[in-house]
Design a binder for this molecule. Sequence first.
Ligand SMILES: C[S@@+](CC[C@H](N)C(=O)[O-])C[C@H]1O[C@@H](n2cnc3c(N)ncnc32)[C@H](O)[C@@H]1O
Length: 368
Amino acid sequence: MPSGVVIREGATDILVPSDHSIHGPGTIKGSVFFNEQMAFNRDVSVMLLRALDRNLTVADAMAATGSRSVRIANEVPGTEVVANDISPEAVSFIDANIELNALSNCRSSNRNMHSLFAEESFDYVDLDPFGSPVPFIQSAIRGCRRKGILAVTATDTAPLAGAHAVKCRRRYQSEPVRGYMCHEGGLRILMCTVARELAKFDRGMRPLLSFYADHYFRTYVQIVEGAEAADSALSRLGYLQYDTETLERSVSPEKDAVHRYGPFWTGPLHDPEILSRMSHLGLSDERRSFKYLNLWRGEIDTEVFVYDMSELSSHVKMSPPKIDEFMEFLNGHGHAAKSHVSPSSFKTDIPLRDLLSLYREFSPDAVR
Ligand SMILES: C[S@@+](CC[C@H](N)C(=O)[O-])C[C@H]1O[C@@H](n2cnc3c(N)ncnc32)[C@H](O)[C@@H]1O
């Protein structure tokens, strides 16, 4: 058995290297990667797979210590899990974790994920690489059975959120947006990439849950089989116009002189039905899981791209009101709700001109 420390996440014990990452994107500190902060990411997998409420074959393509694999095998009834990693050191942790939790529904695999998915396919495939998932998405798609579910993490936040635009163009063939929309933009570029890769196989997608948290983007999509579904997914890609002087924004299916950011996925981020069946109970961080569940459930998923309280405040040159009170006020004039991407962001169907005058009216600086 490899040496390390045993931590508890949810209902599962996990042996991890003593020298592991606690915060941030995480680096390999010992021989095998583990990041405590990703416990929430693993919690979400458990919540979502439990909500599907059916027997599933699962492949954790890049399992490292097998933390996600053993949590799924232990905490989601009806799962048969393959915990795969290319590194033999990782597999010794995976084997130890299978034994530690006495799991008969989880087995380790020491393969390059590309060759694993050339031979085997699964109902659910999880892709959690270091940095960009782009080099691995095609193989992961091959590894998804008919109508399977694909989950993808991207930790290359700087390119996707526009801090390294050149890298984003190269990797994702998309123009990222900077500023207050950058995290929603990054998430939608990742989803656009998944849709375009699926389309090459005559497959479309229905997003189940997609989010930005901490330092990473994550999307879960249900594959919809057929050329028609692929075309329909491609029809949800679009380009953004954003004028930082006026705050005007619009989305167009075609690229033109002003709609120059993107392409982005412009369809929904979530499936409300699956969200309604997800529960935070018994997870590693119940409070955080409950908070995000409520944010995702409340989000206006028909609107593409958030506003931000600071963006409006610097535009109208007035202090921002409290966001919860402002949402309540806006809901008297249209539909508005907070977004999960940042504590100061929200979406609304109220036209920009009206939104700005409502903001001026509600700012604490307003003369009443
Ligand atoms: C970020 S870590 C995975 C973290 C893990 N999912 C967790 O929740 O702790 C990425 C892992 O991918 C593995 N890896 C890299 N390339 C691979 C490949 N081609 N096939 C399989 N595993 C690979 C690395 O050995 C590493 O353990």
